[in-house]
Design a protein around this ligand. Sequence first.
Ligand code: SAM
Length: 220
Amino acid sequence: MTENKYADTFRHKGLRKKLVESIRLKGIRDENVLKAIEAVPRHLFFDSGFLEFAYEDKAFPIGAGQTISQPYTVAFQTELLQIKRGDKVLEIGTGSGYQASILYQMGAKVFSIERQRLLFTKAKEQLPQMGFAIKTFFGDGYKGLPAFAPFDKIIVTAGAPYVPEALTNQLKPGGILVIPLDEGDSQLMTSIRKLPDSTLITTQHGRFRFVPLLGDKSHD
Ligand code: SAM
């Protein structure tokens, strides 16, 4: 019998329900975020040898020295974005594509940039096969995606040393940018709202741990 690589069994669904309940207990309130976490099969973003880790509320290595973020962190950042159906969203740091798929599941049009060729190629190939029509780009997230700007929402999923000006420039008035800020061991989750007159209002939401947002590839 050939095993369906994209199977989503009752067991997986049960584990997801438990994961959602644990995230709810940690304080996530947006039902649309919780519904998306319950709907998107996180195990599909793991290599087959590590499936038992998919429904723990933990980050996990995905190759190239990178990680798929902890589900609670994904839920927290997504809640801060206040996603509405039809929102045009830019993600910096595609990684496994899981965060992008949660946004897509909530009805957003998702554009996502990844700097590691290996991860970009894998996500570009696999996301459509899983049913997630996400526009993926290989490039440097510090520059954003000027050809497709402006965006209603922008999410950065790596720890940034500062707020790249390209990103605030590419945000629509009324839009929200969510970015973990600071170098070092942990980052301050920060949301920045652009008012209609383009003033930026910054709010901080506690410390999280991310891999760093890296600069130009030629400096690796
Ligand atoms: N969102 C991902 C997911 O759902 O699996 C997790 C992201 S992982 C914590 C951070 C990602 O940001 C890594 O894949 C890393 O290669 C990428 N990254 C780091 N610096 C970047 C940059 N300047 N531009 C684009 N992506 C970058």
